[in-house]
Ligand binder design. Structure first.
Ligand code: HEC
Length: 461
């Protein structure tokens, strides 16, 4: 019933949109009006196809729920959306790096016409390029003006979908850690989504009211803001979900900068230029600053995107500290690159950034292990594994969420346990990121027994 309802609704939306488009464009005379009308109708058709496909996936999800294909569907959605996310993300971050580089490296002094801010020669892919930047805007806005916005919007939309696919549909298993905060899935999801909105509002207010008054105060309050969010997330969500939310929060601010400030400013500038009105140079400056903030957010967000592979970061007991140190450190590296591109000398930015990053590595190093009792037996280890791990890591898991062995890792036989001994050491002893959110309540003494057995050679006897 539900899928049919969704399809009919979408069909209805589609028809309405086509009619609106037709009416709007019928008013415009001539072949141009028909052409733009056609292009717009085509866009609506594409948009509708996307919406219908989404509805079909949702239907499929409902049909497959509870069957063995549910996990398979989720995995493929994950693959497709993740590929889209990184592709758009690369396009967006690439453009951010490129334009900030352009801005930094512009020749502003030699042979620059009065109306220009600067120019730049470049060679790439076997061709020579010559670019000019206007101080404010050209006298006539060219007919074909390229905008950079969809890479930002699509990165955000796909990222948001990924958040649902990986964390929100699976909130009980991956988003919530009952040892950190025992909340219901809907509460956790609301906190997650709500936090992005709150972060944006505070950041935007800081940009509007604090930044123009004092740059130092703005930077200090910005730093405080990210500290508060890092601490907040790690005290509400499971450690890895906290990291992802921190990145998603920064990513949302970046996309909102594009959507609410940069693009509207540019539209206003284009409009003013078309009408021959005087241009408000402040609009361009605001957009430029937001775009520079985005540039500094890129590397911290990239770290978060790969952070799930590194249990030594999110597995550290004060995981927010490592997150903050790495974010500040890599933003510092970006700052160094920006300063260098401007041809300025900077002595301390890079060494300080590297020191901050190294301090994160140092702080998160595992503590010195205690002394082991002689010969921990395999029987003892096997008992621990059976009790704490097998509910998920088995050919036939009994866990309520994991119906197939996670990552294909099983501990049903002694050989399997030995085979994975190094990873067991990494996840269950050093970083303590297994059992997942300590769902099976492993004790410190048991972790120690695992460590001793592995360090004594992991013998099965
Ligand atoms: C509640 C389910 C659950 C329990 C219990 C559990 N794990 Fe896991 N385990 C997972 C999931 C999910 C993953 C995949 C995600 C990840 O790597 O964090 C995983 C991954 C792993 C990995 C990484 C495998 C790889 O390919 O990198 C290791 C090692 C591991 N678990 C060891 C253990 C050990 C040892 C125990 C028991 C002390 C244990 N797990 C208990 C769910 C569980």
């Amino acid at each position: 019933m539900l899928p049919i309802f969704i399809l009919v609704l979408l069909l209805f939306i589609l028809i309405t949109l086509i009619i609106i488009t037709y009416k709007v464009n019928a008013k415009k005379a001539g072949i141009e009006g028909v052409k733009t009308g056609f292009i717009q109708a085509q866009n609506y058709v594409y948009a509708s196809i996307v919406l219908v496909s989404l509805a079909m996936v949702a239907t499929l999800y409902i049909i497959l729920q509870g069957t063995i294909w549910q996990a398979h569907l989720m995995e493929w959605m994950n693959i497709i959306v993740r590929l889209m996310h990184i592709t758009f993300g690369i396009a967006w971050i690439g453009a951010s790096f490129y334009f900030v580089f352009l801005e930094n490296a512009l020749n502003r002094t030699e042979n620059v016409r009065e109306e220009l801010a600067g120019n730049l020669w470049a060679v790439h892919g076997g061709g020579f390029y010559y670019l000019e930047k206007y101080k404010v805007a050209p006298k006539a806005i060219p007919k074909h003006l390229h905008w950079f916005k969809y890479e930002a919007y699509f990165t955000w939309v796909t990222g948001f979908c990924l958040l649902f696919i990986v964390y929100y549909f699976n909130a009980a298993a991956l988003l919530i850690d009952k040892n950190i905060l025992n909340i219901l899935p809907w509460q956790a999801v609301s906190i997650g989504v709500g936090s992005f909105i709150v972060a944006w509002i505070i950041y935007d207010l800081l940009c509007r009211y604090v930044m123009p008054k004092s740059k130092v105060l703005f930077m200090a309050s910005g730093l405080l803001l990210i500290c508060v969010f890092a601490i907040f997330y790690t005290h509400v969500f499971s450690a890895r979900a906290a990291y992802i939310h921190f990145g998603a929060m920064l990513g949302s601010i970046m996309a909102a900068n594009v959507f609410f400030v940069i693009i509207p400013s540019q539209k206003a500038m284009v409009q003013a230029a078309k009408l021959g009105k005087p241009l408000n140079a402040q609009l361009g400056k605001n957009a430029g600053l937001r775009s520079l903030h985005n540039n500094y957010f890129t590397l911290p967000v990239l770290f978060v995107m790969i952070s799930n592979h590194f249990p030594s970061t999110f597995g550290y007991k004060n995981s927010w500290l490592i997150l903050l140190l790495i974010s500040v450190g890599v933003a510092g590296v970006k700052h160094y690159l920006n300063v260098r591109e401007q041809g300025k000398i900077s002595v301390w930015v890079m060494p300080v950034s590297i020191l901050i990053l190294l301090s994160a590595a140092y702080i998160s190093a595992p503590p010195k292990p205690g002394v082991c009792k002689e010969d921990v037996s395999f029987a003892e280890v096997n008992k621990i594994v059976q009790l704490r791990c097998i509910s998920c890591h088995s050919a036939k898991p009994t866990d309520d969420v994991y119906k197939a062995a996670p990552n294909g890792v099983m501990y049903d036989t002694p050989e399997e346990i030995v085979k994975y001994k190094d990873k067991i050491m990494e996840r269950a002893v050093v970083t303590k990121t297994m059992p997942l959110n300590n769902k099976t309540n492993i004790t410190e003494a048991e972790r120690d027994a695992l460590r001793c057995w592995i360090s004594q050679g992991a013998a099965v006897k």
